[in-house]
Ligand binder design. Structure first.
Ligand code: GTP
Ligand code: MG
Length: 435
């Protein structure tokens, strides 16, 4: 019979955390997540091997006995792929492949692979290719170095280096080309975006599968927004205008989800998401309250936001999927969080009125963010002027008795910074709607 579909990869997961306080507790969660990643990539998990290690074996990451166990499990389960939760050096990967006869991947490679298959827009495709090439480049060097050592170097050095140089040059050329094309896309986006400067903007950020897209779909009345119970359903940001009533609107943007050990160059390459995050007036950090390790997920997201330089953005914590929590647990959570993080709301995208708390919070935030302030400072202070243009939306500017007087929309954080730097900031009525 002719096989029409590629056979499903049968994968063995390997979890080998360093010995430590809660390593064991987290390991099962991490492996469960890894299993979902394999599933998203189209594979089937048929077994797992775990070990708590003091420090990774430089040659094979796992200890000798564990590698042997891994080999036996592979035979037993007829597996074709080994997926490590932890990052492997190229030589570790190679050694395990040699010892087991099957292909080895680590979490980062798996994530890159998923992004590659899920990318839809040409921009996302270019970004993923760029990230994959950047991921490959340093490995290429190590791979060749490893090969040379293996062959003793005699007689291989010349051709080896030539080959390496050729490969490197080709990859570098492609990287440059992709970067240029992405620059063009970005420029045209800036032009498109300049039209929406005046509006209040909020971005949904958070761990993958936290429920970000569901919020946009439900609150934005936008059935076309893609929602799926898989990791990385969303890769491209998507914006919808939401009418909050009382003359207030918000531009709400859905972005790519984060995950622990997200490859760095992948984060950096998702510029559309970065731009949205950096241009937002408010970040809505969506946290899946029904997830057993939501606290760890929240920490991961905050870490990535810091890496993106967005740690000073105003944040509203949106605890999602509360319909999936038993009532008692929900009450306890609300009590605990209410004291700890006052700027948080509890929502559900599937129950009637479940997003009302978010709507109300957005309305309050949108009003604040669109209040017009008057800023005064000595006319010679170019640094202050630059700072204002960076952080606020300037509406008008005039000089009065040696003072520059600007009216601008700005949030409290920036107002505070300007005051500390010596400016006078006072609120002005916006004229239209007064609360
Ligand atoms: N019970 C319940 N399930 C929800 C809720 N919101 C989302 N879900 C489910 O959670 C899964 C993920 O939802 P998405 O909205 O795609 O999550 P996301 O954060 O956009 O995920 P990525 O785009 O993959 O990062 C889907 O199966 C949704 O149906 C909710 O309020 N309650
Ligand atoms: Mg999504």
């Amino acid at each position: 019979m002719i096989e029409l579909k590629a056979p499903v990869e049968r994968a063995i997961l390997v979890g080998a955390p360093r010995k430590g306080s809660n390593a064991k507790h987290q390991m099962s969660e991490h492996l469960e997540e890894l299993e979902r990643l394999v599933d998203t990539a189209g594979g089937l998990v048929v077994g797992e091997v775990t070990q708590q290690i003091d420090k990774p074996n430089p040659a094979t990451y796992l200890g000798k006995g564990k590698v042997e166990e891994l080999r036996m499990v592979i035979d037993d389960k007829n597996a074709s792929l080994i997926v490590f939760d932890d990052e492997l050096s190229p030589s570790q990967g190679k050694n395990i492949e040699d010892a087991t006869g099957q292909r080895v991947m680590d979490r980062a490679e798996l994530i890159l692979d998923i992004f590659a298959t899920r990318a839809r827009s040409s921009e996302a495709k270019m970004q993923v290719e760029l990230a994959q090439l950047q991921y490959m480049l340093p490995r290429l060097t190590r791979m060749w170095a490893h090969l040379e050592k293996f062959r003793g170097g005699i007689g291989v050095r010349g051709p080896g280096e030539t080959q390496l140089e050729t490969d490197r040059r080709l990859i570098n050329q492609r990287i440059k080309l992709l970067k240029n094309r992405l620059d063009d896309v970005q420029t045209s986006r800036v032009v498109q975006r300049s039209g929406r400067r005046e509006a209040f903007r909020a971005s949904l950020v958070g761990y993958t599968n936290a429920g970000k897209s569901s919020i946009l779909r439900s609150i934005g009345n936008a059935p076309e927004v893609f929602v799926e119970d898989r990791l990385f359903a969303t890769l491209d940001p998507l914006t919808r205008e939401i009418d909050l009533g009382e003359n207030s609107k918000v531009l709400l943007t859905d972005t790519v989800g984060f995950i622990r050990k997200l490859p760095h160059n992948l984060v950096a390459s998702f510029r559309a998401t970065l731009e949205e995050v950096n241009e937002a007036d408010l970040l809505l950090h969506v946290i899946d309250a029904s997830h057993p390790v939501w606290e760890e997920q929240r920490d991961v997201v905050e870490q990535v936001l810091t890496e993106l330089g967005a740690e000073e953005k105003p944040v509203l914590y949106v605890f999602s999927k509360i319909d999936a929590l038993p009532p008692l647990e929900l009450t306890a959570l609300k009590e605990r969080i209410g004291n700890l993080v006052p700027n948080s709301v509890f929502v559900s995208s599937v129950t009637e009125g479940g997003l009302d708390p978010l709507r109300r919070a957005l309305l309050v935030a949108a009003r604040k963010g669109t209040e017009v302030s008057e800023i005064r400072f000595p006319a010679g202070d170019g640094r202050m002027l630059a700072e204002i243009y960076r952080g606020a939306t300037v509406i008008s500017q005039r000089t009065e008795d040696g003072q520059l007087v600007l009216s601008a929309r700005l949030d409290k954080n920036i107002a505070g910074r300007l005051v500390r730097a010596g400016a006078t900031v006072s609120q002005r009525a916006t004229g239209s709607s007064k609360a």
